[in-house]
Design a protein. Sequence first.
Length: 413
Amino acid sequence: MVSTFPHTHSVDVSQIRLAIRALQPQLVEWRRHLHQRPELGFKEQLTANFVAQKLQEWGFEQTLDTSVPLRYQRGIAKTGIVATISSNRPGPVLGIRADMDALPIQEENEVPYRSQHDGIMHACGHDGHTAIALGTAYYLAHHREDFAGTVKIIFQPAEEGPGGAKPMIEEGVLKNPDVEAIMGLHLWNNLPLGTVGVRTGALMAAVEVFQCTIFGKGGHGAMPHQTVDSIVVSAQIVNALQTIVARNVDPIDSAVVTVGEFHAGTAHNVIADTARMSGTVRYFNPKLEGYVEKRIEQIIGGICQSHGARYELEYLQLYPPVINDAKIADLVRSVALEVVETPAGIVPECQTMGGEDMAFFLQQVPGCYFFLGSANPSKDLAYPHHHPRFDFDETALGMGAEIFVRCVEKFCG
């Protein structure tokens, strides 16, 4: 439970709130600067330059020397940055992760800070995540006496794809010093401003994708006996794939198998010789890893064999499920309750079949990923994520920074 975390140094939490509130205009300014300059995965050069510039302004040195209390490293997984803040007192090492990339979407918002990059938009709140992480770094750099140990703030590229967490881990971002626990947040327009979604266990789903081509034998639509109809074969496959969730997966375990693309045929009177489909698989239970893939291939292979067709299947496991550690989730929950100041503001049942490569960090060290409510319909700020009019109530920026800072004070107290 949270009571097991050290509390060797008393911190006036009201002072934290006052300091973060004073920082709010800067958080908004940083977020809007980033929103105007969105960049796709592994191309976040402007974003990384901005982060590095701010860190340098606050006294961070670009070095690997662990004796330097305020330091940062660039070029991790191409554009990633890690900022390290070390206290003067020994203690644990906590990681805080923020993603930086945008999406290939044309923004439709008519706001002064709209995207200046044609066809690219921060439509998922990562500009806000980066601003919150910067605010956390600023506060901690100026209050190193209020905690013990070390905080590593990880600015990660390419969450939207192909995934920057895994290469950052492979390049040692959790080492030197070794991170003992990690946390991160996602601004969430599925929750109203003033709420926090946090739960123990699975929060977000595994993400897997497949592409399949069915090879039949084409011919005249009036002479089907001379053909192997790839559309008929594929239609049976689409229907049969639904039995995986309905009849193979334990009904207590949520899972999704979706065929999102289907392409075949060139004319009304021609039986197509090939058909192509693609889809996605989602699940929470890590025990399902590999199982759904196996069943998909068994079903496709069986149906193709029965009709005399052939197939090619490509299956990719992108992200594992996001699994929160009970102890760190309890810490976040207790801090979030202090920030939102009402039990109704804590939303425990906030799972989504969306995926996140934060999962790779949580596979390495215990941690918690949580949702920070950011929707405000009264200001027309409630469009869903990945929508061309997505935007959020920037009041959430200060709330996010306050939660992170208070978590540091409790974890590294």
